[in-house]
Design a protein around this ligand. Sequence first.
Ligand code: NAD
Length: 279
Amino acid sequence: MQMMDGKLVSEEILEKLKLDVEDCRKQDIDPTLAVILVGDDPASAIYVKNKEKACAKVGITSLAYRLPADTQERELLDLLADLNERPDVHAILLQLPLPAHLNSDRLLAAISAEKDADGFHAANIGKLLLQQPAPLPCTPAGVMELLKYYQIDIAGKECVVIGRSNIVGKPMALMLLNAHGTVTVTHSKTRDLPAVCRRADILVVAVGKAKMITSDYIKPGAVVIDVGIHRMENGKLCGDVDDSEGHAAYLTPVPGGVGPMTIAMLMKNCVTAARNSAL
Ligand code: NAD
Protein backbone atom coordinates (compact mmCIF):
# COMPACT_ATOMS: atom_id res chain seq x y z
CA MET A 1 0.00 0.00 0.00
CA GLN A 2 1.30 3.43 -0.92
CA MET A 3 0.58 6.30 1.42
CA MET A 4 -0.28 9.53 -0.42
CA ASP A 5 1.85 12.19 1.20
CA GLY A 6 -0.29 15.31 1.38
CA LYS A 7 2.33 17.10 3.42
CA LEU A 8 4.98 16.67 0.73
CA VAL A 9 2.65 17.55 -2.15
CA SER A 10 1.25 20.58 -0.32
CA GLU A 11 4.76 21.86 0.40
CA GLU A 12 5.61 21.67 -3.30
CA ILE A 13 2.46 23.64 -4.09
CA LEU A 14 3.28 26.25 -1.44
CA GLU A 15 6.80 26.64 -2.89
CA LYS A 16 5.32 27.38 -6.32
CA LEU A 17 2.80 29.80 -4.83
CA LYS A 18 5.64 31.63 -3.10
CA LEU A 19 7.05 32.46 -6.54
CA ASP A 20 3.60 33.59 -7.72
CA VAL A 21 3.34 35.89 -4.69
CA GLU A 22 6.77 37.36 -5.57
CA ASP A 23 5.47 37.98 -9.09
CA CYS A 24 2.41 39.75 -7.67
CA ARG A 25 4.63 41.98 -5.53
CA LYS A 26 6.58 42.98 -8.66
CA GLN A 27 3.26 44.26 -10.00
CA ASP A 28 2.58 46.10 -6.72
CA ILE A 29 -0.04 43.61 -5.60
CA ASP A 30 0.26 42.48 -2.00
CA PRO A 31 -1.90 39.31 -1.86
CA THR A 32 -4.03 39.66 1.24
CA LEU A 33 -6.45 37.29 2.96
CA ALA A 34 -8.90 38.46 5.62
CA VAL A 35 -9.71 35.68 8.09
CA ILE A 36 -12.74 36.01 10.34
CA LEU A 37 -13.12 33.79 13.40
CA VAL A 38 -16.23 34.17 15.54
CA GLY A 39 -16.24 32.67 19.02
CA ASP A 40 -13.76 30.37 20.72
CA ASP A 41 -14.25 26.91 19.21
CA PRO A 42 -10.83 25.33 19.91
CA ALA A 43 -10.72 23.30 16.64
CA SER A 44 -11.54 26.41 14.58
CA ALA A 45 -8.86 28.37 16.42
CA ILE A 46 -6.28 25.71 15.43
CA TYR A 47 -7.49 25.71 11.79
CA VAL A 48 -7.22 29.51 11.63
CA LYS A 49 -3.72 29.43 13.14
CA ASN A 50 -2.62 26.85 10.54
CA LYS A 51 -4.04 28.99 7.74
CA GLU A 52 -2.18 32.04 9.06
CA LYS A 53 1.03 29.99 9.22
CA ALA A 54 0.57 28.93 5.59
CA CYS A 55 0.01 32.58 4.59
CA ALA A 56 3.26 33.53 6.29
CA LYS A 57 5.06 30.69 4.48
CA VAL A 58 4.03 31.83 1.00
CA GLY A 59 4.14 35.56 1.72
CA ILE A 60 0.40 36.26 1.76
CA THR A 61 -0.59 39.01 4.18
CA SER A 62 -3.26 37.76 6.58
CA LEU A 63 -5.59 40.10 8.41
CA ALA A 64 -7.17 38.41 11.42
CA TYR A 65 -10.59 39.37 12.77
CA ARG A 66 -11.16 37.46 16.01
CA LEU A 67 -14.66 38.35 17.16
CA PRO A 68 -16.59 37.40 20.33
CA ALA A 69 -19.13 34.53 20.22
CA ASP A 70 -22.04 36.95 20.72
CA THR A 71 -21.20 39.01 17.60
CA GLN A 72 -24.44 39.91 15.84
CA GLU A 73 -25.14 39.10 12.20
CA ARG A 74 -25.50 42.81 11.35
CA GLU A 75 -21.93 43.50 12.56
CA LEU A 76 -20.59 40.63 10.47
CA LEU A 77 -22.52 41.72 7.39
CA ASP A 78 -21.07 45.24 7.81
CA LEU A 79 -17.56 43.83 8.17
CA LEU A 80 -17.98 41.66 5.07
CA ALA A 81 -19.36 44.61 3.08
CA ASP A 82 -16.34 46.66 4.11
CA LEU A 83 -13.88 43.87 3.18
CA ASN A 84 -15.65 43.34 -0.15
CA GLU A 85 -15.06 47.02 -0.98
CA ARG A 86 -11.43 47.23 0.11
CA PRO A 87 -9.08 47.00 -2.88
CA ASP A 88 -6.20 45.86 -0.63
CA VAL A 89 -8.12 42.71 0.44
CA HIS A 90 -8.22 39.99 -2.23
CA ALA A 91 -9.78 37.08 -0.41
CA ILE A 92 -12.07 36.62 2.59
CA LEU A 93 -12.47 33.54 4.74
CA LEU A 94 -15.25 33.14 7.28
CA GLN A 95 -14.27 30.21 9.49
CA LEU A 96 -17.08 27.69 9.98
CA PRO A 97 -18.86 26.52 12.06
CA LEU A 98 -20.36 29.79 13.27
CA PRO A 99 -22.18 30.14 16.62
CA ALA A 100 -25.77 28.88 16.32
CA HIS A 101 -27.43 32.33 16.29
CA LEU A 102 -25.67 33.23 13.03
CA ASN A 103 -26.95 32.15 9.61
CA SER A 104 -23.90 30.75 7.75
CA ASP A 105 -25.69 30.58 4.39
CA ARG A 106 -26.62 34.26 4.53
CA LEU A 107 -23.15 35.29 5.67
CA LEU A 108 -21.30 33.18 3.09
CA ALA A 109 -23.52 34.68 0.39
CA ALA A 110 -22.47 38.16 1.56
CA ILE A 111 -18.82 37.52 0.61
CA SER A 112 -18.23 38.73 -2.94
CA ALA A 113 -17.81 35.75 -5.28
CA GLU A 114 -14.43 37.13 -6.46
CA LYS A 115 -13.08 37.22 -2.89
CA ASP A 116 -14.51 33.85 -1.84
CA ALA A 117 -11.36 32.16 -0.49
CA ASP A 118 -13.17 28.90 0.36
CA GLY A 119 -15.06 28.53 -2.92
CA PHE A 120 -18.37 28.11 -1.05
CA HIS A 121 -20.32 30.96 -2.72
CA ALA A 122 -23.35 29.75 -4.70
CA ALA A 123 -22.09 31.53 -7.82
CA ASN A 124 -18.77 29.70 -7.59
CA ILE A 125 -20.40 26.31 -7.00
CA GLY A 126 -22.52 27.04 -10.09
CA LYS A 127 -19.37 27.79 -12.08
CA LEU A 128 -17.82 24.53 -10.89
CA LEU A 129 -20.91 22.72 -12.16
CA LEU A 130 -20.61 24.50 -15.51
CA GLN A 131 -16.82 23.96 -15.61
CA GLN A 132 -16.05 27.67 -15.66
CA PRO A 133 -13.03 29.14 -13.83
CA ALA A 134 -13.84 29.99 -10.20
CA PRO A 135 -12.35 29.59 -6.73
CA LEU A 136 -12.82 25.91 -5.89
CA PRO A 137 -13.82 24.40 -2.55
CA CYS A 138 -10.43 23.69 -1.02
CA THR A 139 -10.82 20.14 0.34
CA PRO A 140 -12.06 18.46 -2.85
CA ALA A 141 -9.66 20.58 -4.93
CA GLY A 142 -6.84 19.30 -2.72
CA VAL A 143 -7.99 15.71 -3.29
CA MET A 144 -7.88 16.30 -7.06
CA GLU A 145 -4.31 17.64 -6.77
CA LEU A 146 -3.25 14.57 -4.80
CA LEU A 147 -4.76 12.24 -7.41
CA LYS A 148 -2.92 14.19 -10.11
CA TYR A 149 0.40 14.06 -8.28
CA TYR A 150 0.17 10.27 -7.90
CA GLN A 151 -0.87 10.00 -11.57
CA ILE A 152 -4.16 8.31 -10.78
CA ASP A 153 -6.36 8.30 -13.85
CA ILE A 154 -9.95 9.26 -13.17
CA ALA A 155 -11.48 8.99 -16.65
CA GLY A 156 -13.86 6.04 -16.82
CA LYS A 157 -13.13 4.94 -13.24
CA GLU A 158 -15.81 4.00 -10.74
CA CYS A 159 -15.64 6.80 -8.17
CA VAL A 160 -17.67 6.57 -4.98
CA VAL A 161 -17.96 9.55 -2.64
CA ILE A 162 -19.26 8.96 0.89
CA GLY A 163 -20.95 12.14 2.14
CA ARG A 164 -22.96 14.83 0.40
CA SER A 165 -22.04 17.98 2.33
CA ASN A 166 -21.89 21.25 0.42
CA ILE A 167 -18.24 21.75 1.30
CA VAL A 168 -16.84 18.27 0.60
CA GLY A 169 -19.10 15.55 -0.81
CA LYS A 170 -21.07 17.45 -3.46
CA PRO A 171 -18.20 19.49 -4.94
CA MET A 172 -15.99 16.38 -4.80
CA ALA A 173 -18.54 14.50 -6.89
CA LEU A 174 -18.66 17.36 -9.41
CA MET A 175 -14.88 17.51 -9.74
CA LEU A 176 -14.61 13.75 -10.29
CA LEU A 177 -17.43 13.95 -12.83
CA ASN A 178 -15.72 16.86 -14.61
CA ALA A 179 -12.62 14.64 -14.77
CA HIS A 180 -14.75 11.97 -16.50
CA GLY A 181 -15.17 9.61 -13.56
CA THR A 182 -18.31 7.50 -13.23
CA VAL A 183 -19.50 8.95 -9.96
CA THR A 184 -21.78 7.60 -7.23
CA VAL A 185 -22.59 9.82 -4.24
CA THR A 186 -23.57 7.95 -1.07
CA HIS A 187 -24.98 9.28 2.19
CA SER A 188 -26.74 8.33 5.40
CA LYS A 189 -29.76 6.91 3.52
CA THR A 190 -27.73 4.76 1.09
CA ARG A 191 -28.68 1.09 1.20
CA ASP A 192 -25.88 -1.48 1.61
CA LEU A 193 -23.11 1.08 1.73
CA PRO A 194 -20.28 -1.51 1.90
CA ALA A 195 -21.44 -3.10 -1.39
CA VAL A 196 -21.67 0.28 -3.15
CA CYS A 197 -18.23 1.25 -1.84
CA ARG A 198 -16.69 -2.03 -2.99
CA ARG A 199 -17.48 -0.99 -6.58
CA ALA A 200 -15.09 1.93 -6.25
CA ASP A 201 -11.75 2.21 -7.99
CA ILE A 202 -11.49 5.57 -6.24
CA LEU A 203 -13.25 5.89 -2.86
CA VAL A 204 -13.44 9.34 -1.26
CA VAL A 205 -14.58 9.12 2.35
CA ALA A 206 -16.08 12.22 3.98
CA VAL A 207 -18.56 10.59 6.33
CA GLY A 208 -17.37 12.32 9.50
CA LYS A 209 -17.39 9.11 11.62
CA ALA A 210 -14.10 7.96 13.12
CA LYS A 211 -12.76 4.71 11.58
CA MET A 212 -16.20 3.75 10.20
CA ILE A 213 -14.92 2.64 6.80
CA THR A 214 -13.22 -0.69 7.38
CA SER A 215 -11.57 -3.00 4.82
CA ASP A 216 -15.02 -4.51 4.19
CA TYR A 217 -15.92 -1.33 2.24
CA ILE A 218 -12.75 -1.34 0.13
CA LYS A 219 -12.15 -3.23 -3.11
CA PRO A 220 -8.63 -4.68 -3.16
CA GLY A 221 -6.45 -2.32 -5.20
CA ALA A 222 -8.67 0.75 -4.72
CA VAL A 223 -7.43 4.30 -4.18
CA VAL A 224 -8.86 5.52 -0.87
CA ILE A 225 -8.95 9.16 0.15
CA ASP A 226 -9.73 9.76 3.82
CA VAL A 227 -11.11 13.26 4.37
CA GLY A 228 -12.21 12.71 7.98
CA ILE A 229 -10.40 14.20 10.94
CA HIS A 230 -11.18 13.17 14.50
CA ARG A 231 -9.37 13.57 17.77
CA MET A 232 -9.33 10.32 19.74
CA GLU A 233 -9.40 10.07 23.53
CA ASN A 234 -5.62 9.56 23.58
CA GLY A 235 -5.26 12.97 21.90
CA LYS A 236 -4.12 11.52 18.55
CA LEU A 237 -5.86 12.23 15.25
CA CYS A 238 -7.57 9.60 13.13
CA GLY A 239 -9.66 9.57 9.96
CA ASP A 240 -12.90 7.99 8.77
CA VAL A 241 -11.02 4.98 7.38
CA ASP A 242 -9.57 1.95 9.17
CA ASP A 243 -8.22 -0.35 6.45
CA SER A 244 -6.64 -2.86 8.83
CA GLU A 245 -6.62 -5.61 6.18
CA GLY A 246 -4.72 -3.37 3.77
CA HIS A 247 -7.09 -3.59 0.79
CA ALA A 248 -6.25 -0.12 -0.53
CA ALA A 249 -3.46 0.27 -3.09
CA TYR A 250 -3.21 3.97 -2.21
CA LEU A 251 -4.40 5.62 1.00
CA THR A 252 -4.13 9.12 2.48
CA PRO A 253 -2.86 9.26 6.07
CA VAL A 254 -4.54 11.28 8.82
CA PRO A 255 -2.87 13.58 9.68
CA GLY A 256 -0.69 14.50 6.69
CA GLY A 257 -3.08 13.64 3.85
CA VAL A 258 -6.03 15.77 2.83
CA GLY A 259 -5.62 18.35 5.64
CA PRO A 260 -2.44 20.06 4.37
CA MET A 261 -3.76 19.86 0.78
CA THR A 262 -6.86 21.80 1.86
CA ILE A 263 -4.73 24.63 3.22
CA ALA A 264 -2.54 24.67 0.10
CA MET A 265 -5.67 25.06 -2.07
CA LEU A 266 -6.84 27.92 0.13
CA MET A 267 -3.53 29.65 -0.52
CA LYS A 268 -3.95 28.99 -4.23
CA ASN A 269 -7.40 30.60 -4.22
CA CYS A 270 -5.95 33.68 -2.48
CA VAL A 271 -3.11 34.06 -4.96
CA THR A 272 -5.48 33.60 -7.91
CA ALA A 273 -7.87 36.21 -6.47
CA ALA A 274 -4.96 38.64 -6.02
CA ARG A 275 -3.82 38.08 -9.60
CA ASN A 276 -7.36 38.45 -10.93
CA SER A 277 -7.70 41.78 -9.11
CA ALA A 278 -5.24 43.24 -11.61
CA LEU A 279 -7.19 42.09 -14.67
P1 NAD B 1 -20.89 16.50 7.25
O1 NAD B 1 -21.20 16.00 8.62
O2 NAD B 1 -21.44 17.79 6.79
O3 NAD B 1 -21.32 15.41 6.17
C1 NAD B 1 -21.20 14.04 6.41
C2 NAD B 1 -21.92 13.30 5.31
O4 NAD B 1 -21.79 11.92 5.58
C3 NAD B 1 -23.40 13.62 5.19
O5 NAD B 1 -23.69 13.96 3.87
C4 NAD B 1 -24.12 12.33 5.59
O6 NAD B 1 -25.23 12.03 4.73
C5 NAD B 1 -23.05 11.28 5.38
N1 NAD B 1 -23.21 10.22 6.38
C6 NAD B 1 -23.32 10.35 7.72
N2 NAD B 1 -23.46 9.15 8.30
C7 NAD B 1 -23.44 8.24 7.30
C8 NAD B 1 -23.53 6.84 7.26
N3 NAD B 1 -23.67 6.12 8.37
N4 NAD B 1 -23.47 6.24 6.06
C9 NAD B 1 -23.31 6.94 4.93
N5 NAD B 1 -23.19 8.29 4.91
C10 NAD B 1 -23.27 8.91 6.08
O7 NAD B 1 -19.29 16.47 7.16
P2 NAD B 1 -18.25 17.21 6.17
O8 NAD B 1 -18.18 18.64 6.50
O9 NAD B 1 -18.49 16.79 4.77
O10 NAD B 1 -16.90 16.53 6.70
C11 NAD B 1 -16.70 15.13 6.69
C12 NAD B 1 -15.45 14.81 7.47
O11 NAD B 1 -14.35 15.44 6.85
C13 NAD B 1 -15.43 15.31 8.91
O12 NAD B 1 -14.70 14.36 9.69
C14 NAD B 1 -14.66 16.60 8.84
O13 NAD B 1 -14.01 16.91 10.06
C15 NAD B 1 -13.67 16.27 7.78
N6 NAD B 1 -13.16 17.42 7.02
C16 NAD B 1 -11.84 17.45 6.78
C17 NAD B 1 -11.29 18.46 6.03
C18 NAD B 1 -9.82 18.46 5.77
O14 NAD B 1 -9.27 19.48 5.42
N7 NAD B 1 -9.18 17.30 5.89
C19 NAD B 1 -12.09 19.48 5.50
C20 NAD B 1 -13.47 19.40 5.72
C21 NAD B 1 -14.00 18.35 6.47
